[in-house]
Design a protein around this ligand. Structure first.
Ligand code: ZN
Length: 191
């Protein structure tokens, strides 16, 4: 079960792929300090916030992702969007707090739009209850389980500067960092 980053789809339409590449070029990548910074609470609920949410939803959709946190879009805000069912509306959570998580945990494979090519096993609580605000600043509570709970926890981690590398096993982290460095070198060589 891939997380955030959709699995590779070889039969994918070239136009869709090109749009995905363009979106990923707008998403902050591993090594960018904003991904390691604790994001600031949102305190203005205005048109600018709605525009930001819309832009993030578009980026996530074009990148064929299931979740995106504002720091990945270059904004240090406690804001995330997600959509775990392809046909449902994009959900936005502003200033989310995980107020309860189950003792029951499970391991699952996760990827990240900021860590291209990396897929690692991460253990997370199966159920969570999240308190947040919507785009208008009204309080809302989300109870999520399984994949949806995993996506929300992954995105909330981004708001605290935490990446899946920090949550996997030591061996998988080593392997992932090596593959990221190789990609970096290949990119630098091509530039
Ligand atoms: Zn991520």
């Amino acid at each position: 079960m891939a997380e955030e980053e959709a699995p590779e789809q070889p039969q994918i339409d070239p136009e869709v792929l090109a749009r995905r590449q363009a979106a990923i070029a707008h998403i902050r990548q591993f090594g960018d300090p904003i991904l390691r910074t604790k994001a600031r609470a949102v305190d203005h609920f205005d048109g600018a916030l709605r525009d930001e949410i819309e832009r993030m939803g578009r980026l996530m959709g074009d990148a064929i992702g299931v979740g995106l946190a504002a720091p990945q879009a270059g904004v240090s805000h406690r804001l995330l969007v997600y959509r775990t069912e392809p046909d449902s509306a994009v959900q936005a959570l502003v200033n989310p707090e995980i107020e309860w998580s189950s003792r029951d945990k499970e391991w699952g494979e996760e990827g990240c739009l900021s860590l291209p090519g990396v897929h690692v096993e991460v253990e997370r609580p199966v159920h969570v209850r999240v308190r947040a605000l919507n785009a208008d600043g009204d309080p809302l509570t989300v109870e999520a389980s399984g994949f949806e709970a995993r996506v929300i926890q992954h995105e909330v981690d981004h708001l605290d500067g935490v990446l899946i590398l920090d949550r996997t096993t030591r061996d998988q982290r080593k392997e992932a960092v090596r593959s990221l460095r190789e990609r970096e070198r290949a990119r630098d060589a091509a530039a």
